[in-house]
Ligand binder design. Structure first.
Ligand code: XMP
Length: 522
Protein backbone atom coordinates (compact mmCIF):
# COMPACT_ATOMS: atom_id res chain seq x y z
CA UNK A 1 0.00 0.00 0.00
CA UNK A 2 1.48 3.31 -1.00
CA UNK A 3 0.01 6.44 0.57
CA UNK A 4 1.61 8.48 -2.12
CA UNK A 5 -0.59 9.61 -4.96
CA UNK A 6 0.77 11.93 -7.65
CA UNK A 7 -0.97 14.98 -6.23
CA UNK A 8 0.39 14.43 -2.71
CA UNK A 9 3.21 16.88 -2.15
CA UNK A 10 5.90 15.27 -0.04
CA UNK A 11 8.76 16.47 2.11
CA UNK A 12 11.41 13.88 2.94
CA UNK A 13 13.18 13.96 6.29
CA UNK A 14 16.56 12.33 5.81
CA UNK A 15 17.01 10.35 8.99
CA UNK A 16 20.47 10.48 10.59
CA UNK A 17 19.33 8.84 13.79
CA UNK A 18 18.55 11.97 15.80
CA UNK A 19 16.18 11.56 18.73
CA UNK A 20 13.84 14.16 17.29
CA UNK A 21 13.73 13.05 13.64
CA UNK A 22 10.12 11.84 13.99
CA UNK A 23 9.19 15.18 15.49
CA UNK A 24 10.39 16.96 12.35
CA UNK A 25 7.99 14.85 10.28
CA UNK A 26 5.14 15.65 12.66
CA UNK A 27 5.83 19.38 12.51
CA UNK A 28 5.83 19.33 8.71
CA UNK A 29 2.55 17.44 8.66
CA UNK A 30 1.03 19.93 11.09
CA UNK A 31 1.38 22.45 8.28
CA UNK A 32 -0.64 20.26 5.95
CA UNK A 33 2.25 18.76 4.01
CA UNK A 34 2.78 15.02 3.81
CA UNK A 35 6.18 13.97 5.13
CA UNK A 36 8.12 10.72 5.31
CA UNK A 37 11.26 9.76 7.17
CA UNK A 38 13.77 8.06 4.93
CA UNK A 39 16.96 6.50 6.22
CA UNK A 40 20.03 8.29 4.87
CA UNK A 41 21.28 5.24 2.98
CA UNK A 42 17.93 4.18 1.54
CA UNK A 43 18.03 3.20 -2.14
CA UNK A 44 17.21 5.97 -4.66
CA UNK A 45 14.03 4.20 -5.86
CA UNK A 46 12.59 4.67 -2.39
CA UNK A 47 12.88 8.43 -2.80
CA UNK A 48 12.12 8.75 -6.50
CA UNK A 49 8.56 7.44 -6.09
CA UNK A 50 7.93 10.22 -3.57
CA UNK A 51 9.18 13.02 -5.85
CA UNK A 52 10.03 15.16 -2.80
CA UNK A 53 9.42 18.90 -2.88
CA UNK A 54 12.05 19.41 -0.23
CA UNK A 55 14.50 17.60 2.04
CA UNK A 56 15.12 18.18 5.73
CA UNK A 57 18.30 16.63 7.08
CA UNK A 58 17.81 15.52 10.68
CA UNK A 59 20.22 15.74 13.57
CA UNK A 60 22.17 12.67 14.61
CA UNK A 61 24.65 11.35 17.15
CA UNK A 62 27.72 11.37 14.88
CA UNK A 63 30.45 13.85 14.14
CA UNK A 64 31.07 14.37 10.41
CA UNK A 65 34.71 13.33 10.99
CA UNK A 66 33.83 10.01 12.65
CA UNK A 67 34.91 6.86 10.82
CA UNK A 68 31.93 5.70 8.84
CA UNK A 69 29.92 8.83 9.67
CA UNK A 70 26.75 8.99 7.56
CA UNK A 71 27.04 11.13 4.43
CA UNK A 72 24.75 13.14 2.21
CA UNK A 73 22.92 10.62 0.04
CA UNK A 74 23.42 10.83 -3.73
CA UNK A 75 19.69 11.08 -4.23
CA UNK A 76 19.71 14.48 -2.58
CA UNK A 77 20.83 15.75 -6.00
CA UNK A 78 22.81 18.93 -6.39
CA UNK A 79 20.53 21.76 -5.54
CA UNK A 80 17.44 21.06 -7.67
CA UNK A 81 15.28 20.47 -4.58
CA UNK A 82 15.30 22.80 -1.53
CA UNK A 83 17.09 21.49 1.53
CA UNK A 84 17.12 22.40 5.21
CA UNK A 85 19.83 20.91 7.43
CA UNK A 86 19.28 20.66 11.17
CA UNK A 87 22.23 20.27 13.57
CA UNK A 88 24.16 17.24 12.20
CA UNK A 89 22.36 17.95 8.92
CA UNK A 90 23.88 21.44 8.93
CA UNK A 91 27.36 20.12 9.66
CA UNK A 92 27.03 17.61 6.82
CA UNK A 93 26.02 20.31 4.35
CA UNK A 94 29.00 22.41 5.43
CA UNK A 95 31.43 19.48 5.29
CA UNK A 96 30.19 18.30 1.89
CA UNK A 97 30.42 21.73 0.24
CA UNK A 98 33.85 22.83 1.36
CA UNK A 99 33.15 24.36 4.77
CA UNK A 100 34.77 23.27 8.02
CA UNK A 101 33.27 21.75 11.11
CA UNK A 102 35.02 21.62 14.48
CA UNK A 103 34.23 20.67 18.03
CA UNK A 104 32.71 23.76 19.61
CA UNK A 105 34.77 25.29 22.43
CA UNK A 106 31.60 25.65 24.42
CA UNK A 107 29.39 22.62 23.96
CA UNK A 108 25.94 24.06 23.69
CA UNK A 109 23.07 22.21 25.34
CA UNK A 110 19.98 24.08 26.23
CA UNK A 111 18.39 27.37 25.40
CA UNK A 112 20.07 30.11 23.38
CA UNK A 113 19.00 33.35 21.73
CA UNK A 114 19.43 33.40 18.00
CA UNK A 115 19.57 36.74 16.16
CA UNK A 116 18.28 36.71 12.61
CA UNK A 117 20.69 38.81 10.55
CA UNK A 118 18.81 39.09 7.25
CA UNK A 119 15.27 39.29 5.91
CA UNK A 120 14.22 36.17 3.99
CA UNK A 121 11.02 34.23 3.23
CA UNK A 122 12.41 31.53 5.56
CA UNK A 123 12.08 34.01 8.44
CA UNK A 124 8.58 35.30 7.57
CA UNK A 125 6.73 36.38 10.70
CA UNK A 126 9.64 35.63 13.04
CA UNK A 127 11.02 38.17 15.52
CA UNK A 128 14.61 39.47 15.03
CA UNK A 129 15.71 37.50 18.09
CA UNK A 130 14.21 34.25 19.31
CA UNK A 131 14.78 31.46 21.81
CA UNK A 132 16.03 28.20 20.38
CA UNK A 133 17.07 24.80 21.69
CA UNK A 134 20.67 23.83 21.05
CA UNK A 135 22.11 20.39 21.51
CA UNK A 136 25.44 19.92 19.78
CA UNK A 137 29.15 19.36 20.27
CA UNK A 138 30.46 20.19 16.79
CA UNK A 139 29.67 23.39 14.97
CA UNK A 140 30.32 24.98 11.58
CA UNK A 141 33.48 27.09 11.68
CA UNK A 142 33.74 28.26 8.09
CA UNK A 143 31.04 28.52 5.48
CA UNK A 144 30.71 26.12 2.57
CA UNK A 145 30.80 27.44 -1.03
CA UNK A 146 27.94 29.74 -1.89
CA UNK A 147 26.58 29.93 1.67
CA UNK A 148 26.34 33.07 3.76
CA UNK A 149 25.67 33.70 7.44
CA UNK A 150 22.00 34.29 8.24
CA UNK A 151 21.85 34.18 12.03
CA UNK A 152 24.06 33.89 15.11
CA UNK A 153 24.05 33.20 18.84
CA UNK A 154 26.62 34.31 21.41
CA UNK A 155 28.34 30.94 21.10
CA UNK A 156 27.78 30.17 17.45
CA UNK A 157 28.56 32.91 14.92
CA UNK A 158 27.12 30.58 12.26
CA UNK A 159 23.93 29.40 13.92
CA UNK A 160 22.03 29.72 10.63
CA UNK A 161 23.54 29.66 7.16
CA UNK A 162 22.07 29.49 3.71
CA UNK A 163 22.39 29.85 0.00
CA UNK A 164 19.05 31.44 -0.94
CA UNK A 165 19.77 31.11 -4.68
CA UNK A 166 19.96 27.35 -4.30
CA UNK A 167 17.23 27.18 -1.64
CA UNK A 168 19.68 25.50 0.74
CA UNK A 169 19.49 26.43 4.42
CA UNK A 170 20.80 25.06 7.67
CA UNK A 171 20.29 25.70 11.36
CA UNK A 172 22.43 24.60 14.26
CA UNK A 173 19.46 24.49 16.67
CA UNK A 174 16.40 22.24 16.72
CA UNK A 175 13.31 24.01 15.33
CA UNK A 176 11.20 20.83 15.74
CA UNK A 177 11.18 20.75 19.56
CA UNK A 178 8.76 22.69 21.77
CA UNK A 179 11.71 24.39 23.47
CA UNK A 180 12.14 26.35 20.26
CA UNK A 181 8.79 28.14 20.55
CA UNK A 182 8.88 29.69 17.06
CA UNK A 183 10.53 26.68 15.43
CA UNK A 184 7.32 25.36 13.94
CA UNK A 185 6.93 28.64 12.01
CA UNK A 186 10.42 28.28 10.61
CA UNK A 187 9.51 24.78 9.41
CA UNK A 188 6.25 26.12 7.98
CA UNK A 189 8.14 28.82 6.08
CA UNK A 190 10.54 26.25 4.70
CA UNK A 191 7.85 23.88 3.43
CA UNK A 192 5.33 26.47 2.23
CA UNK A 193 7.45 29.44 1.13
CA UNK A 194 10.77 27.87 0.17
CA UNK A 195 9.52 24.51 -1.16
CA UNK A 196 6.28 26.04 -2.42
CA UNK A 197 3.97 23.35 -1.02
CA UNK A 198 0.24 24.07 -0.92
CA UNK A 199 -0.31 22.67 2.57
CA UNK A 200 -3.50 20.84 1.65
CA UNK A 201 -2.68 17.43 3.17
CA UNK A 202 -5.53 17.24 5.67
CA UNK A 203 -7.47 14.41 7.28
CA UNK A 204 -10.08 14.77 4.56
CA UNK A 205 -7.41 14.51 1.89
CA UNK A 206 -5.89 11.49 3.61
CA UNK A 207 -9.26 9.75 3.78
CA UNK A 208 -9.95 10.44 0.14
CA UNK A 209 -6.61 9.02 -1.02
CA UNK A 210 -6.67 6.09 1.42
CA UNK A 211 -10.19 5.12 0.34
CA UNK A 212 -9.16 5.28 -3.33
CA UNK A 213 -6.12 3.10 -2.62
CA UNK A 214 -8.04 0.52 -0.63
CA UNK A 215 -10.60 0.25 -3.45
CA UNK A 216 -7.84 -0.08 -5.97
CA UNK A 217 -6.05 -2.76 -4.03
CA UNK A 218 -9.02 -4.81 -2.91
CA UNK A 219 -10.96 -4.64 -6.18
CA UNK A 220 -14.11 -6.67 -5.60
CA UNK A 221 -12.44 -8.78 -2.89
CA UNK A 222 -13.50 -9.07 0.74
CA UNK A 223 -11.71 -7.69 3.79
CA UNK A 224 -11.46 -9.05 7.29
CA UNK A 225 -10.65 -6.58 10.08
CA UNK A 226 -9.68 -7.56 13.62
CA UNK A 227 -11.11 -4.93 15.96
CA UNK A 228 -10.14 -4.47 19.60
CA UNK A 229 -12.11 -1.37 20.53
CA UNK A 230 -8.87 0.66 20.49
CA UNK A 231 -8.44 3.82 18.46
CA UNK A 232 -6.29 2.31 15.73
CA UNK A 233 -8.43 -0.68 14.87
CA UNK A 234 -11.64 1.38 15.15
CA UNK A 235 -10.42 4.10 12.80
CA UNK A 236 -9.08 1.47 10.44
CA UNK A 237 -12.40 -0.39 10.41
CA UNK A 238 -14.28 2.84 9.70
CA UNK A 239 -11.89 3.69 6.87
CA UNK A 240 -12.04 0.26 5.27
CA UNK A 241 -15.80 0.30 5.59
CA UNK A 242 -15.96 3.60 3.78
CA UNK A 243 -13.91 2.04 0.98
CA UNK A 244 -15.53 -1.36 0.55
CA UNK A 245 -18.85 -1.09 2.39
CA UNK A 246 -20.47 -4.45 3.08
CA UNK A 247 -17.58 -6.39 1.63
CA UNK A 248 -15.91 -6.35 5.02
CA UNK A 249 -16.38 -8.18 8.27
CA UNK A 250 -15.03 -7.16 11.66
CA UNK A 251 -13.87 -9.90 14.01
CA UNK A 252 -13.77 -9.16 17.70
CA UNK A 253 -12.11 -11.77 19.86
CA UNK A 254 -13.38 -11.42 23.39
CA UNK A 255 -10.55 -12.99 25.37
CA UNK A 256 -12.29 -12.34 28.65
CA UNK A 257 -9.48 -10.01 29.74
CA UNK A 258 -11.40 -6.85 28.90
CA UNK A 259 -12.39 -3.93 31.04
CA UNK A 260 -15.94 -3.34 32.16
CA UNK A 261 -18.25 -2.35 29.33
CA UNK A 262 -15.65 -2.84 26.61
CA UNK A 263 -17.37 -5.50 24.56
CA UNK A 264 -20.58 -3.47 24.53
CA UNK A 265 -18.64 -0.40 23.37
CA UNK A 266 -17.24 -2.31 20.42
CA UNK A 267 -20.72 -3.53 19.49
CA UNK A 268 -22.11 0.01 19.71
CA UNK A 269 -19.25 1.43 17.68
CA UNK A 270 -19.69 -1.10 14.86
CA UNK A 271 -23.43 -0.69 14.90
CA UNK A 272 -23.08 3.08 14.68
CA UNK A 273 -20.82 2.73 11.67
CA UNK A 274 -22.96 0.08 10.01
CA UNK A 275 -20.16 -2.48 10.25
CA UNK A 276 -21.02 -6.14 10.56
CA UNK A 277 -19.11 -7.56 13.52
CA UNK A 278 -18.67 -11.12 14.65
CA UNK A 279 -18.11 -11.42 18.40
CA UNK A 280 -16.04 -14.45 19.31
CA UNK A 281 -16.43 -15.75 22.87
CA UNK A 282 -13.02 -17.11 23.65
CA UNK A 283 -12.79 -16.51 27.38
CA UNK A 284 -12.72 -20.19 28.23
CA UNK A 285 -9.84 -20.91 25.86
CA UNK A 286 -7.80 -17.96 27.17
CA UNK A 287 -8.38 -18.79 30.82
CA UNK A 288 -7.39 -22.37 30.13
CA UNK A 289 -4.20 -21.25 28.39
CA UNK A 290 -3.41 -18.94 31.34
CA UNK A 291 -4.21 -21.48 34.01
CA UNK A 292 -1.70 -21.24 36.85
CA UNK A 293 0.74 -18.98 34.97
CA UNK A 294 2.32 -16.28 37.12
CA UNK A 295 5.27 -15.23 35.02
CA UNK A 296 4.47 -12.07 33.00
CA UNK A 297 6.31 -13.12 29.83
CA UNK A 298 4.75 -16.56 29.91
CA UNK A 299 1.34 -14.94 30.23
CA UNK A 300 2.00 -12.76 27.20
CA UNK A 301 3.13 -15.75 25.18
CA UNK A 302 0.12 -17.83 26.16
CA UNK A 303 -2.23 -14.99 25.22
CA UNK A 304 -0.43 -14.30 21.92
CA UNK A 305 -0.56 -17.94 20.88
CA UNK A 306 -4.19 -18.40 21.85
CA UNK A 307 -5.07 -15.22 19.99
CA UNK A 308 -3.42 -16.46 16.81
CA UNK A 309 -5.04 -19.90 17.04
CA UNK A 310 -8.47 -18.40 17.70
CA UNK A 311 -8.10 -15.92 14.88
CA UNK A 312 -7.03 -18.61 12.41
CA UNK A 313 -9.94 -20.84 13.30
CA UNK A 314 -12.50 -18.06 13.10
CA UNK A 315 -11.09 -16.61 9.90
CA UNK A 316 -11.29 -20.05 8.29
CA UNK A 317 -14.86 -20.39 9.51
CA UNK A 318 -16.06 -17.15 7.91
CA UNK A 319 -14.90 -18.26 4.47
CA UNK A 320 -13.59 -16.37 1.49
CA UNK A 321 -11.80 -13.29 2.77
CA UNK A 322 -8.73 -12.54 0.68
CA UNK A 323 -7.63 -9.42 2.58
CA UNK A 324 -6.79 -8.70 6.18
CA UNK A 325 -6.56 -5.07 7.35
CA UNK A 326 -4.12 -4.32 10.17
CA UNK A 327 -3.82 -1.18 12.26
CA UNK A 328 -0.04 -0.70 11.91
CA UNK A 329 1.03 2.91 12.52
CA UNK A 330 3.96 4.91 11.18
CA UNK A 331 6.13 4.69 14.33
CA UNK A 332 6.01 0.85 14.04
CA UNK A 333 7.03 1.10 10.40
CA UNK A 334 9.92 3.44 11.18
CA UNK A 335 11.02 1.29 14.08
CA UNK A 336 11.06 -1.93 12.11
CA UNK A 337 12.92 -0.22 9.28
CA UNK A 338 15.63 1.24 11.49
CA UNK A 339 15.93 -1.10 14.45
CA UNK A 340 18.90 -3.42 14.24
CA UNK A 341 18.70 -6.98 15.55
CA UNK A 342 20.79 -6.08 18.57
CA UNK A 343 18.48 -3.23 19.51
CA UNK A 344 15.47 -5.46 18.98
CA UNK A 345 17.03 -7.96 21.38
CA UNK A 346 16.74 -5.37 24.15
CA UNK A 347 12.98 -5.39 23.95
CA UNK A 348 11.70 -4.90 27.48
CA UNK A 349 8.34 -6.58 27.15
CA UNK A 350 6.91 -8.80 24.46
CA UNK A 351 4.10 -6.70 23.09
CA UNK A 352 1.05 -8.39 21.81
CA UNK A 353 -1.35 -6.47 19.60
CA UNK A 354 -4.33 -7.39 17.51
CA UNK A 355 -1.74 -7.01 14.76
CA UNK A 356 0.34 -9.80 16.28
CA UNK A 357 -0.78 -12.34 13.75
CA UNK A 358 1.26 -15.17 12.23
CA UNK A 359 3.74 -14.43 9.42
CA UNK A 360 2.55 -17.24 7.20
CA UNK A 361 -0.97 -15.88 7.10
CA UNK A 362 -2.91 -16.68 3.96
CA UNK A 363 -4.28 -13.19 3.56
CA UNK A 364 -3.07 -10.26 1.61
CA UNK A 365 -2.42 -7.71 4.33
CA UNK A 366 -3.44 -4.08 3.93
CA UNK A 367 -2.30 -1.43 6.39
CA UNK A 368 -4.20 1.77 5.64
CA UNK A 369 -2.78 3.68 8.63
CA UNK A 370 0.87 2.78 8.12
CA UNK A 371 1.83 6.35 7.27
CA UNK A 372 0.08 8.03 10.20
CA UNK A 373 1.13 9.06 13.68
CA UNK A 374 -1.27 8.45 16.54
CA UNK A 375 -2.53 12.02 16.77
CA UNK A 376 -3.23 11.94 13.04
CA UNK A 377 -5.18 8.69 13.45
CA UNK A 378 -7.31 10.47 16.03
CA UNK A 379 -7.97 13.36 13.64
CA UNK A 380 -8.90 10.96 10.85
CA UNK A 381 -11.22 9.19 13.30
CA UNK A 382 -12.98 12.47 14.08
CA UNK A 383 -13.27 13.29 10.39
CA UNK A 384 -14.84 9.85 9.84
CA UNK A 385 -17.42 10.67 12.50
CA UNK A 386 -16.22 8.40 15.30
CA UNK A 387 -17.32 9.32 18.81
CA UNK A 388 -14.93 11.41 20.90
CA UNK A 389 -14.83 8.65 23.54
CA UNK A 390 -13.45 6.24 20.92
CA UNK A 391 -11.08 8.74 19.36
CA UNK A 392 -9.58 9.80 22.70
CA UNK A 393 -9.63 6.35 24.27
CA UNK A 394 -6.65 5.65 26.48
CA UNK A 395 -4.25 2.91 25.34
CA UNK A 396 -5.02 -0.58 26.58
CA UNK A 397 -2.53 -3.42 26.23
CA UNK A 398 -3.34 -6.32 23.91
CA UNK A 399 -3.04 -8.88 26.76
CA UNK A 400 -5.60 -6.84 28.65
CA UNK A 401 -6.22 -7.19 32.35
CA UNK A 402 -4.01 -10.29 32.51
CA UNK A 403 -0.90 -8.11 32.84
CA UNK A 404 -2.53 -6.12 35.62
CA UNK A 405 -3.12 -9.15 37.83
CA UNK A 406 0.21 -9.87 39.47
CA UNK A 407 -0.62 -13.48 39.98
CA UNK A 408 -2.40 -16.29 38.18
CA UNK A 409 -5.40 -15.08 36.18
CA UNK A 410 -8.69 -16.45 37.51
CA UNK A 411 -12.31 -15.40 36.94
CA UNK A 412 -12.40 -14.11 40.54
CA UNK A 413 -9.26 -12.00 40.15
CA UNK A 414 -10.61 -10.62 36.87
CA UNK A 415 -13.90 -9.66 38.51
CA UNK A 416 -12.10 -7.91 41.38
CA UNK A 417 -9.76 -5.99 39.09
CA UNK A 418 -12.54 -5.08 36.65
CA UNK A 419 -14.61 -3.56 39.45
CA UNK A 420 -11.69 -1.60 40.90
CA UNK A 421 -10.57 -0.44 37.45
CA UNK A 422 -14.06 0.80 36.59
CA UNK A 423 -14.01 2.99 39.71
CA UNK A 424 -10.56 4.41 38.92
CA UNK A 425 -11.58 5.24 35.38
CA UNK A 426 -14.93 6.64 36.37
CA UNK A 427 -13.57 8.95 39.07
CA UNK A 428 -10.73 10.29 36.91
CA UNK A 429 -13.03 10.86 33.96
CA UNK A 430 -15.59 12.52 36.21
CA UNK A 431 -12.91 14.94 37.42
CA UNK A 432 -12.07 15.47 33.76
CA UNK A 433 -9.38 17.30 31.81
CA UNK A 434 -10.81 20.66 32.78
CA UNK A 435 -10.19 20.14 36.49
CA UNK A 436 -6.97 18.17 36.11
CA UNK A 437 -5.36 20.26 33.35
CA UNK A 438 -2.00 18.93 32.21
CA UNK A 439 -2.17 16.34 34.98
CA UNK A 440 -5.11 14.63 33.31
CA UNK A 441 -3.48 11.25 32.84
CA UNK A 442 -2.62 9.78 29.47
CA UNK A 443 -3.29 6.35 30.92
CA UNK A 444 -4.95 5.36 34.19
CA UNK A 445 -5.98 2.05 35.64
CA UNK A 446 -5.99 -0.30 38.60
CA UNK A 447 -3.57 -3.15 39.30
CA UNK A 448 -4.47 -6.11 41.47
CA UNK A 449 -1.59 -7.23 43.68
CA UNK A 450 -1.38 -10.53 45.54
CA UNK A 451 -0.39 -8.63 48.69
CA UNK A 452 -2.72 -9.00 51.63
CA UNK A 453 -2.89 -6.79 54.64
CA UNK A 454 -4.95 -6.39 57.76
CA UNK A 455 -7.72 -3.83 57.94
CA UNK A 456 -10.84 -3.12 59.88
CA UNK A 457 -14.33 -2.61 58.54
CA UNK A 458 -17.22 -1.95 60.86
CA UNK A 459 -16.12 -3.97 63.88
CA UNK A 460 -14.64 -6.70 61.76
CA UNK A 461 -11.01 -7.41 61.15
CA UNK A 462 -10.36 -7.82 57.41
CA UNK A 463 -7.51 -9.49 55.62
CA UNK A 464 -7.81 -8.31 52.03
CA UNK A 465 -5.94 -7.57 48.85
CA UNK A 466 -4.04 -4.45 47.85
CA UNK A 467 -5.09 -2.58 44.73
CA UNK A 468 -2.61 -0.15 43.20
CA UNK A 469 -3.72 2.85 41.16
CA UNK A 470 -1.52 3.81 38.23
CA UNK A 471 -2.08 7.13 36.46
CA UNK A 472 0.60 8.61 34.24
CA UNK A 473 1.14 11.61 32.02
CA UNK A 474 2.99 10.88 28.80
CA UNK A 475 3.30 11.91 25.16
CA UNK A 476 3.69 8.51 23.60
CA UNK A 477 4.16 5.92 26.33
CA UNK A 478 7.92 5.80 25.80
CA UNK A 479 8.54 7.91 28.89
CA UNK A 480 6.00 8.77 31.54
CA UNK A 481 5.58 10.53 34.84
CA UNK A 482 3.07 9.82 37.59
CA UNK A 483 0.14 12.17 37.42
CA UNK A 484 -0.13 14.63 40.31
CA UNK A 485 -3.76 13.80 40.98
CA UNK A 486 -5.47 15.90 43.66
CA UNK A 487 -5.52 14.21 47.07
CA UNK A 488 -9.29 14.40 47.33
CA UNK A 489 -9.65 12.57 44.02
CA UNK A 490 -7.25 9.86 45.22
CA UNK A 491 -9.18 9.74 48.47
CA UNK A 492 -12.47 9.22 46.64
CA UNK A 493 -10.99 6.42 44.57
CA UNK A 494 -9.55 4.66 47.63
CA UNK A 495 -12.75 5.03 49.54
CA UNK A 496 -14.93 3.67 46.79
CA UNK A 497 -12.61 0.77 45.93
CA UNK A 498 -12.38 -0.41 49.53
CA UNK A 499 -16.11 -0.04 50.09
CA UNK A 500 -17.40 -1.37 46.79
CA UNK A 501 -14.98 -4.07 45.73
CA UNK A 502 -15.16 -7.32 47.65
CA UNK A 503 -11.91 -8.63 49.00
CA UNK A 504 -9.96 -5.36 48.70
CA UNK A 505 -9.15 -3.44 51.86
CA UNK A 506 -6.25 -1.18 50.86
CA UNK A 507 -5.32 1.12 47.97
CA UNK A 508 -1.85 2.46 47.08
CA UNK A 509 -0.88 5.07 44.50
CA UNK A 510 2.13 4.33 42.29
CA UNK A 511 4.50 7.32 42.12
CA UNK A 512 7.18 5.78 39.91
CA UNK A 513 8.13 7.45 36.65
CA UNK A 514 9.14 5.62 33.46
CA UNK A 515 12.06 5.06 33.37
CA UNK A 516 12.97 3.46 35.71
CA UNK A 517 9.49 1.93 36.08
CA UNK A 518 7.27 0.89 33.21
CA UNK A 519 3.66 1.99 32.85
CA UNK A 520 2.20 -1.48 33.25
CA UNK A 521 3.25 -3.55 36.24
CA UNK A 522 3.92 -6.65 34.14
P1 XMP B 1 5.09 -0.15 29.36
O1 XMP B 1 4.46 -0.97 30.42
O2 XMP B 1 6.07 -0.91 28.51
O3 XMP B 1 3.90 0.27 28.38
O4 XMP B 1 5.68 1.14 29.90
C1 XMP B 1 3.99 1.26 27.40
C2 XMP B 1 2.65 1.34 26.71
O5 XMP B 1 2.42 0.13 25.97
C3 XMP B 1 1.24 -0.49 26.42
N1 XMP B 1 1.48 -1.93 26.40
C4 XMP B 1 1.05 -2.75 25.44
N2 XMP B 1 0.30 -2.49 24.36
N3 XMP B 1 0.37 -4.77 23.78
C5 XMP B 1 -0.04 -3.51 23.54
O6 XMP B 1 -0.75 -3.30 22.56
C6 XMP B 1 1.14 -5.09 24.86
O7 XMP B 1 1.51 -6.24 25.05
C7 XMP B 1 1.48 -4.02 25.73
N4 XMP B 1 2.21 -3.97 26.87
C8 XMP B 1 2.19 -2.65 27.27
C9 XMP B 1 1.00 0.04 27.81
O8 XMP B 1 -0.36 -0.07 28.19
C10 XMP B 1 1.48 1.47 27.66
O9 XMP B 1 0.50 2.26 27.04
Amino acid sequence: MNAHLPDTETIVVVDYGGQTAQLIARRVREHGVYCELIHHDAPPERVETLAPRGFILSGGPNSVYDDGAPKLPDWLGSGEVPVLGICYGMQLLAHAHGGTVAPSQHREYGLAEVKLDVDLPLFRGLPPSMTVWMSHGDRVESLPDGFRPLGHTDNAPLAIMGDPERDAYAVQFHPEVVHTPRGSELIRNFVLDVCGCRGDWTSAHFIETAVAEIRDEVGDGQVLVAVSGGVDSSVMAALVHRAVGDRMLALFIDHGLLREGEREEVATLCEGLGIEVRMIDAEVAFLKALDGIRDPEQKRRAIGETFVRTFEREAAAVGEYGFLAQGTLYPDVIESATTSDTQAAHKIKTHHNVGGLPDDIEFQVIEPLRYLFKDEVRRVGRELGLMESTVMRQPFPGPGLAVRILDAVTPEALATLRAADAIVRHEIEAAGPEALGDQFPWQYFAVLTPLRSVGVMGDQRTYGQLVAVRAVTSMDGMTADWARLPHDLLGRIANRVVNEVDGVNRVAYDITSKPPGTIEWE
